[in-house]
Write a protein that binds this ligand. Sequence first.
Ligand code: HEM
Length: 402
Amino acid sequence: MDALEIFTALTTPTGRADPYPYYAELHQLGEAVRLAPGSVAVVGYDAINSVLRDPGFRPADEATWDQSFPGWRSHPVFVQGADWLLNSSGPKHTRIRGLIARAFTARRIAGLEPAIAAMASDLLDAMADRGADGSEIEFMHDFAYLLPVTVICELLGIPEWDRESFRPLARDLAGVFEFSELKALPAINAAATELLAYFTGLAAQRRAHPRDDLISDLLAISDSADGRLTDTELLHNLTLLLVAGFETTSNLLGNGLRVVLEQPEQGDAVRDSSVPVAAFVEETLRYDSPVQLTSRIGYETKVGDVVLAAGDEVMTVLGAGNRDPRRFTEPDVFNPVRADGGPLSFGGGAHFCIGAALARLEASVAFPRLLRRFPKLAPAGQPVRRETFLLRGFDTLPVTVA
Ligand code: HEM
């Protein structure tokens, strides 16, 4: 198969079920491969790293959309997305990222640990009740999805009574990362509009009565920074935090559990602490990355052996870089104590994931509790993968706990 055929196969049900053999074929073709005029995939670890760290490569932004999707301004999700950190570059990105990072402190994240532990325990209690007689539990729905979305709500300061209605909206909005058909846009736009209205109301309340939460901190920063972060930019980036932070983390939990179900000795090692949970989480990120791909717009340069033209779409395939045999010994083996760790799953350079510490914390709190609480945890039927390629995870992951 040529590079384009391999890449096309990745989006079929077989490719989505297991992209790794296809990545192995791409690695044989080089660090980067041209798929078609205007389109390049970067699969080598070092090449991905250098693209992500090179400010000459920028995410697709308003100027790109004006060319590729001229009607974008009539879609609320794109209007919000134009302000998202993910889609900004240069001085605008530096300005917004710097201000948001001031509120997204290590102290605030570490301070969430007791709340995350309490939420995880509640969810495990519910799983224990429901599964006590050997009934099947659906891990994605009952744990992997609920924990991260509740944590984001806690971080942002969404009151408990609003959380139930909030979750499906967050999930609908996350569809924007995968959408390829215009018919998916109405639901995504509806979620974007409703979430923005919700955040607008919440921000007004917090401005009047600040609390100890991220929204209050961000408002204080935007108010004291002489308009350097406008209200609109702030509100738009709140919807980004929601979508960027929740499905990705759900998938980290699901993909890690799948490893444990297929290789029970990996779960035992976390249970008895012979492997530190942080090492288990890092290897899960490498072995089955929740985000498989991100993209940039290229300029006239060379990546691997491929000569780029200005405007080329450059897909950095993080999931492939994580299995690059030039970088990792036995890349297809799950080895949490490997000496050559360092996954690309949170990206790199200016856009490095702002929530990486939070995602790692959630998984590090969740896995030991889950595994110790349920020593008999076992698969119950076939897991079903989500029909997505960019975000990699499960729709359903049935287990028994007793
Ligand atoms: C396992 C979980 C997660 C994974 C795998 C992940 C992955 C990523 C990746 C690959 C990027 C870079 C995208 C690019 O360069 O184009 C990114 C950026 C980002 N992530 Fe995460 N993420 C996770 C969790 C979170 C959480 C929990 C939050 C927030 C609460 C978050 C918020 C963000 C934001 C705001 C950006 C944009 C940063 C920027 O462009 O400057 N992520 N994430």
